[in-house]
Design a protein around this ligand. Structure first.
Ligand code: MUC
Ligand code: MG
Length: 367
């Protein structure tokens, strides 16, 4: 199963509803489709979503690092030598989404060769996850209306609310409107994308003490070290590290240093291999995990649900699996379907989805 080629194909698909949050705004999926070809004719796919405002990667940079560095290092290696493959990629620092996509496309090939699905190959705990929908910035009434429409259409009852605006009342009012509209049974949690100071975060948590929040994520920067520690110590719900916990070492530092008490796992930034390392670390240390969303399209979401369904700890909570619904189109032949608030992991083989060649030809940017 020798790797014969690794391709990085930039493409652009608009969002019908752009997602706004404290650290940025996404109006188009300017992603990179990564394709791994092997000597036996198997082809693996994965998606790399650049998030320059969080990790510094750009679409052009992902293409350049794959074409210029990773492909020359990896072509010729057997696909089942994942440790050797990672050692070669890790000679280059950074570039998390590029590395993650190569890792997942290789897993796609391996699971196809083994005649199974990725979610079975990774663990096979279950075959589906409950879905959480992420709500970007808007006015309270508009966000409450969006949430109730999503609940009525897809059966989703868990919502992650983007916060981190100033004054904090803008977001406090949103959470109150959502609770009033959705009732006590809906699960609500907040994600600040580092937008607030530690003291603003504490004030917001005080104002929302009766809102029944279940998690608080990355409300202030992890670099506000002592302020963040004080915030986390005074937070009554698990405090989720997201952009501060992108490697096992960062997870260890934040958890042991009091900067987080739960971990968001994103396959878009740690692939399947790195996500398993982080998962095992988190469960070993006894903290909860959440399957996060790097504003993924359907291929990325198929990877998230495959990983989430594969393990007990990742499938315990709803995963953030629905923001592809806001895109104008996608690359897959068969769209993912959320039914009764759940998304099934594709049955395989491999990741279990097929890229539509006509759609790729239409949306690719490299001619
Ligand atoms: C999240 O959880 O922060 C926003 C930026 C990004 O990379 O992911 C999203 C969601
Ligand atoms: Mg987050």
């Amino acid at each position: 199963m020798r790797i014969t080629a690794i391709e990085a194909i930039p493409y652009r698909i608009p969002y019908v509803k752009p997602l706004k949050f404290a650290s940025g705004e996404v109006t188009h999926a300017d992603h990179v489709l990564v394709r791994v070809r092997t000597a036996g004719g198997l082809i693996g796919h994965a998606d790399a979503p650049p998030r320059p405002f969080t990790y510094g990667e750009t679409q052009a940079g992902i293409v350049a690092v794959i074409d210029g560095i990773f492909a020359p290092q990896l072509v010729g290696l057997d696909a089942d030598r994942r440790s050797a493959l990672h050692a070669r990629m890790h000679r280059t620092v950074g570039n998390p989404a590029a590395k993650a996509a190569v890792d997942m496309a290789v897993w796609d090939v391996l699971a196809q060769a083994w005649g199974t699905s990725v979610h079975r190959a990774l663990g096979g705990h279950t075959d589906r996850m409950r879905v959480c929908h992420m709500l970007g910035f808007d006015a309270p009434a508009a966000m409450a209306q969006e949430a109730s429409a999503i609940r009525d259409r897809y059966g989703i009852t868990t919502f992650k609310v983007k916060v981190g605006r100033r004054p904090i009342d803008l977001d406090v009012d949103v959470v109150r409107a959502l609770r009033n509209t959705l009732g006590d049974k809906a699960e609500l949690y907040i994600d600040g994308n580092r937008g607030w100071t530690p003291s603003e975060s504490l004030r917001a948590l005080d104002l929302l003490a009766d809102a029944g929040l279940t998690l608080a994520e990355e409300l202030c920067p992890a670099d506000d070290v002592l302020g963040r520690r004080r915030l986390v110590a005074n937070c009554r719900v698990p405090f989720v590290g997201d952009e501060s916990v992108t490697t096992p070492a960062e997870v260890t530092r934040e958890l042991l240093g009091g900067g987080a008490t739960a971990v968001s796992i994103k396959t878009a930034r740690t692939g399947f291999t790195g996500s398993q390392e982080i998962l095992h670390l988190a469960t070993g240390l006894g903290v909860e995990v959440v399957m996060g969303n790097q504003i993924d399209g359907q291929l990325g979401t198929a990877c998230t649900v495959a990983f989430g369904a594969a393990h007990a700890a990742t499938s315990a909570r709803a995963g953030e699996l629905s923001n592809f619904l806001d895109m104008a189109d996608d690359l897959l032949t068969e769209p993912l379907r959320i039914v009764d608030g759940e998304l099934a992991a594709p049955a395989g083989p491999g990741i279990g989805v097929t890229v539509d060649p006509d759609k790729l030809a239409h949306y690719r940017l490299d001619g």
